[in-house]
Design a protein around this ligand. Structure first.
Ligand SMILES: [Zn+2]
Length: 474
């Protein structure tokens, strides 16, 4: 059979039928067993009655579940700025090892993707170097508004704006992606709204955080507890409230990155109930795995912003997954080297954790604990695809969709071992060691090609990922 018509049959796959695809409401999860035939990267047939075993390759799913490949809406691979931390090759190896088939890469790095030149530098790093699909955010800030339309036309998946000033010492990586006064936000949001692309905001109030931080520095405080207290929940809520208000006035399609705490969850739920449309929220695994006590115990490797919070906040996030106040998850994978995380000045140590390999496992563990249904993970992929204009081609298991798939063993219980990770920054991933999580991805398929099996990456299929061009129409 010619290789340009390659077919794969996945037999006996258990898939979750979403409530919206079912006739009649049902409280229990609707799981069906199907055969899925993939041809030339597209799902060609799905049958509950079984399909003839005539494909080039047959994969018996056994007792495993087949999910749509995970869309990670928030990564910082940083290629080409910091090859010692990560690049698109290692970063997408880590992605597919974690069951992620599509990443949306943030604009911060050197050069930042907040100008036409910066964006095309990123774009040029993709071809032939990726195992997962990639969408690229453009930066949107008060100092690059004239670039925003052009970056959108170059195919940006969306835009990223930090509602606060750049982190100390990292100003060069962050040109063109900050807006922290009302005027700056209005100018930035209204320019992005004209592109019709989603605007992702990092929400922490600049004034509050700046004041708290400078007071603590003046008192020579340099411990993790001080870092945490410089970033209170009130600062996050204040920035979210302001962002939502300005988005409503400017028509921007707003999505709140990495919601960390109950007050923000409660506010967003209320806004959505009151009919706020074009308002979305992203969850992040670290907030489900850790609390403030862990940050103090684990130190700078768990320095991340907004910081990890409390058990009460964690419960609020679980609730928000269940009622879809949180629409989808992004890992906020932000690899840092060991020496960067061990530098002397705690205030300047770059925030971030290499989390892409534990995101899906974190959510599956919640499923095993019966805190969320498996269908919520499936639903998140469809929503992310819809919000960012990828649907119905991706984010679902359906005839005619791209074959981005992940096979899940829901039963296996293991302690996380960061030395099995694929990220170049695995020495900073030791914060995840010894977490005991149930459920893991065992096989990942991207555009119909098998890219990962049992944590092994098939290096010969490098380049199988595609550049995902953002669509301007809503
Ligand atoms: Zn981030």
């Amino acid at each position: 059979m010619p290789t340009d018509h390659f077919s794969t049959l996945i037999s006996n796959a258990r898939i979750v039928v979403l409530p919206e695809d079912q006739d009649g409401a049902s409280d229990s999860e609707n799981i069906i067993s199907v055969d899925v035939l993939i041809k030339d990267g597209i799902i060609e047939r799905i049958s509950a009655e079984g399909l003839p075993k005539t494909a080039d390759v047959t994969i018996d799913a056994g007792t495993n579940f087949l999910l749509p490949g995970i869309i990670d809406t928030h990564t910082h691979m940083g290629d080409p700025g910091f090859p010692q931390r990560e690049d698109f090759i290692s970063g997408t190896e880590a992605a597919v090892a974690g069951g992620v088939t599509t990443i949306f890469e943030m604009p911060s790095s050197i050069p930042p993707a907040s100008s036409r030149e910066g964006f095309s530098t990123r774009l040029a790093r993709i071809e032939g170097r990726i195992y997962a699909n990639i969408g690229l955010y453009g930066g949107a800030g008060y100092d690059n508004t004239s670039e925003i339309t052009a970056i959108s036309e170059m195919g940006a998946i969306g835009f990223k704006t930090y509602l606060m000033r750049p982190p100390l010492g990292r100003e060069k990586e962050h040109v063109g992606m900050h807006a922290f006064t009302q005027d700056q936000m209005e100018a930035t949001f209204s320019r992005v709204s004209k592109t019709s692309k989603p605007l992702v905001v990092h929400a922490e109030d600049d004034e509050m955080v700046s004041k708290l931080s400078s007071d603590l520095v003046a008192q020579h405080k340099d411990d993790m507890a001080s870092i945490l207290s410089s970033r209170p929940k009130e600062a996050e809520l204040k920035a979210v409230e302001m962002g939502v208000r300005i988005a409503q006035n400017t028509g921007a399609k707003l999505t709140i990155a990495h919601v960390s705490c109950k007050p923000v969850v409660d506010f967003l739920r209320q806004q959505k109930k009151q009919g706020a449309n074009l308002l979305y929220a992203e969850g992040r695994p670290d907030y489900l795995l850790f609390t403030e006590e862990d940050a103090i115990r684990l130190g700078p490797k768990l320095k991340t912003f907004p910081p990890v919070r409390t058990k009460e906040d964690r419960a609020a996030i679980v609730h928000a997954i269940n009622d879809s106040t949180i629409d989808y998850f992004g890992s906020d994978h932000a690899p840092r080297t060991k020496s960067e995380k061990e530098s002397q000045d705690l205030w300047r140590i770059p925030a971030g954790t290499p989390s892409i390999e534990i995101m899906l496992r974190t959510l599956l563990d919640l499923v095993s604990k019966k805190l969320i249904p498996l269908s919520s993970i499936v639903g998140m992929q469809r929503r992310a695809a819809g919000i960012f204009g990828l649907g119905p081609l991706r984010g679902r298991i359906a005839v005619g969709s791209k074959a981005d798939l992940v096979l899940i063993d829901l039963k296996v219980k293991e302690k996380i071992r960061s030395d099995n990770f694929h990220t170049k920054s695995k020495e900073s991933a030791t914060i995840y060691d010894d977490l005991e999580l149930t459920g893991k991805p065992v096989m990942t398929i991207v555009n119909g090609k098998l890219v990962m099996k049992d944590n092994q990456i098939f290096k010969q299929v490098i380049g199988t990922g595609e550049f995902i061009q953002g669509k301007a129409d809503l």
